[in-house]
Design a protein around this ligand. Structure first.
Ligand code: DSN
Length: 424
C-alpha cells in the first residue's frame, strides 16, 4: 500500500493508461502478478555483491538460493551451461561483455542503429562507440534484408574483435551459423543480443543463437515477459582468447571474465528483488502456457502485418518472422513523430522509428515500429488484428483531426478496458 498520495495518484493514472489503451511498443509487455510481487518484495533491502556462495556481505543465505534458482532456470530455458542474471538492463549486460572481451580502442562490428540496430552495438553517442572502434553492417535498400555475404566482406575489411548480432527493429530471423563462420574466419568473438526475440527463441519459434554464438545477452522484459533487467549466457565456457591470466598465471575462463565484467566491472550490488522476479518469469517461460503465448505473439504479428499491408503500408523487409514490424510512412504523408502523437491521442501507444536510409532526423523519423507482445498478454488474437490496423490507418490518415482521433480512442478503450492486464 503506497501512502505517498502524490506518487500513488500518478501510479493510479499509469495503471489506468495501461488498462485502457492498446500497447503496441514492441519492447514492452505486461508481467504476471507474482513477478510484480517479487519485484516489490523485501529482497530490495539486501546487499549481495558477489555471486551465490561467494559474497562480500553476510546474511546472503536466502538470496543465494533465489539467485541460483534464477541461473538454473535460465540455463534450462536456453540450453546454456553458464549464466549471469545480475545485469540491471540489456545495456548493462552488453557493457559487461565488452569490458570482459575487449580492450579500449578494439574494433567492433554491429548492426547499424539507423537500420534497426541498438545504441549499445557501437553508436557514437553510447559507451560502445566511444570506448571501442565501431563499424557497422546494415540492410539492403531494395529488400530491407541483411546480406550475410556483405557482412563477411565488412568483417574481413575491419577485422573486429567482436561481432554483434541482434536488433531492436529488424523483423527477420538471424543466420547465426553463417555469422559464426565469419567470426571464425576473422578471429572474432560472436555475441548475439536477443533482447527483442528471446521469448520466441526460447520456445523454438526462431533460430537459436546457441551453439553458434560465443556469448548471448538479453533483456528480460520484452518477449520474455519478466521484470526489467538483463542477462548474459554461454552454451559452453572456454579459455578467454585475449590471453588474460589470473595471479597464478593461469588463463582465465571467459565465464570468470564475464562475471567480473558485471561485478565489479560495471555494477555494484545486484537487485535481488528483481532477480527473484526473473526467476519466477523464467519458471513461467518453462510452462506450456508460455509456448502458447509466444505462438500467439507471432501469429498476431503476422496477421497485423498482413492487415497493414492490405491498407497500403510498406513494411520494411516485406513482412515479419517475429513479434514486430517496421513501417515506412513515406507514402502516407505523415512523419513517424506525427503518427506517434496522433496514435497516442487515440490511446494507441507506438514509437516513431527511423527506417533504413531515412532522411528524417531521429526525433522526426519516416517510420513507426509496431509489436504484439503486450497486446497478446492481454488476450488479443489474430481476429482482433484487422480492427487494430483499421484504427491505426484511420489515425494516421486523420492525424491532424482531433475529433476523429478522440472517436478512435473511445473505440479502443471500449475493447481494452474490460480485459485483464495479464493472461497466462
Ligand atoms: N528501448 C529498447 C527498444 O525499444 O527496443 C531498446 O533499448
Amino acid at each position: 500500500m503506497i501512502r505517498d498520495h502524490e506518487i500513488a495518484q500518478l501510479i493510479q493514472h499509469e495503471d489506468q493508461r495501461q488498462r485502457s489503451g492498446l500497447e503496441l511498443i514492441a519492447s514492452e509487455n505486461y508481467v504476471s502478478e507474482q513477478v510484480m510481487a517479487a519485484a516489490g518484495s523485501i529482497l530490495t533491502n539486501k546487499y549481495a555483491e558477489g555471486l551465490p556462495g561467494k559474497r562480500y556481505y553476510g546474511g546472503c543465505e536466502w538470496v543465494d538460493r533465489v539467485e541460483q534458482i534464477a541461473i538454473d532456470r535460465l540455463c534450462q530455458l536456453f540450453g546454456a551451461t553458464w549464466a549471469n542474471v545480475q545485469p540491471h538492463s540489456g545495456a548493462q549486460a552488453n557493457a559487461a561483455v565488452m569490458l570482459a572481451a575487449l580492450q579500449p580502442g578494439d574494433a567492433i562490428l554491429g548492426f547499424d542503429l539507423s537500420h534497426g540496430g541498438h545504441l549499445t552495438h557501437g553508436s557514437p553517442v553510447n559507451f560502445s562507440g566511444k570506448l571501442y572502434k565501431p563499424h557497422f553492417y546494415g540492410v539492403e535498400e531494395e529488400s530491407g534484408l541483411i546480406d550475410w555475404e556483405k557482412v563477411a566482406i565488412k568483417a574481413h575489411e575491419v577485422r573486429p574483435k567482436l561481432i554483434i548480432c541482434g536488433a531492436s527493429a529488424y523483423s527477420r530471423d538471424w543466420n547465426y551459423a553463417r555469422l559464426r563462420q565469419i567470426a571464425d574466419e576473422v578471429g572474432s568473438l560472436l555475441m548475439a543480443d536477443i533482447s527483442h526475440p528471446s521469448g520466441l527463441i526460447a520456445t523454438g519459434l526462431l533460430n537459436h543463437p546457441f551453439p553458434h554464438c560465443h556469448i548471448v545477452t538479453s533483456t528480460t522484459h520484452k518477449t520474455l515477459r519478466g521484470p526489467r533487467g538483463g542477462i548474459i549466457m554461454m552454451s559452453k565456457d572456454f579459455p578467454n582468447p585475449m590471453g588474460i591470466v589470473n595471479p597464478k598465471g593461469e588463463l582465465r575462463s571467459m565465464s570468470s571474465l564475464l562475471d567480473s565484467g558485471v561485478f565489479p566491472g560495471t555494477q555494484g550490488g545486484p537487485l535481488e528483488h528483481i532477480i527473484a522476479a526473473k526467476a519466477i518469469a523464467f519458471g513461467e517461460a518453462l510452462e506450456p502456457a508460455y509456448h502458447k503465448y509466444t505462438r500467439q505473439v507471432k501469429a498476431n504479428a503476422l496477421a497485423l502485418a498482413l492487415s497493414m499491408t492490405q491498407r497500403g503500408y510498406q513494411i520494411i523487409s516485406g513482412g515479419t518472422d517475429n513479434h514486430l514490424m517496421l513501417i515506412n510512412l513515406r507514402n502516407k504523408s505523415c512523419t513517424g513523430k506525427a503518427a506517434e502523437l496522433a496514435l497516442g491521442k487515440a490511446h494507441i501507444t507506438i514509437n516513431k522509428n527511423m527506417v533504413p536510409f531515412d532522411t528524417a532526423s531521429p526525433m522526426i523519423t519516416s517510420g513507426i515500429r509496431l509489436g504484439t507482445p503486450a497486446i497478446t498478454s492481454r488476450g488479443l488474437k489474430e481476429s482482433h488484428m484487422d480492427q487494430i490496423a483499421e484504427w491505426i490507418d484511420r489515425a494516421i490518415l486523420g492525424h491532424d483531426n482531433d475529433a476523429a482521433l478522440k472517436s478512435i480512442g473511445q473505440e479502443v478503450c471500449a475493447l481494452m478496458e474490460p480485459l485483464p492486464l495479464f493472461v497466462a
